[in-house]
Design a protein around this ligand. Sequence first.
Ligand code: ZN
Length: 207
Amino acid sequence: MTLITAAELLERILAGNRGWAKGSSERDYLGAPTDPLIHQPPVAVIGCSDARVMPAAVFGAAPGAIFTLRLPGHYTDIPVAAGMGFAVATAGARLVIVLGHEDCRAVDAAFKEYRTGTAPDKALAPLSGALAAGLYEAGGATSAEHAVDVNARHTAQKLLAQCPVLRYEISLGHAQLAVLRYSPSTKLLTVLEESVMPPRDATHSVD
Ligand SMILES: [Zn+2]
């Protein structure tokens, strides 16, 4: 079996998304096994919990094709990065996607907290505070819309920092890390980063 390259997986996901936006019910296996007993997803996603942004659905992808990690605002920390390490090293994912989205309530709360120092949603405060700290760390954001992109790119950087397996596989050319933004209003994806590379001195082998 010939493996589909990460670049081709991304192309097929963008095509699948255009189909999803038009209401197509076609689902691409993206080279994943059609046997439901085999777990071998070629694509792994860190996305937001937002119910409108289901990664497999918006990618037009079939069951079994997408390994998914989701917290509000696609918050990432070491356990989440470990989940991604598992997806890449053990489950065989080759394309890793950070999936941000417009009209993200978690990013909106983080941006308000970044601007005012006060969490607007008490229930979400521990998480929005962590996301707001990420906005500071990334150099800030000028609007809630801008914060969506800043947060998505920052998640990719955090993932690289906290997932040595991913850095290693990218350095070998075995994996690719992309950053996409989804619009609930148009149902379309925008590519923010096609291929995020780790800092040169951050690549090292993993035992
Ligand atoms: Zn969201």
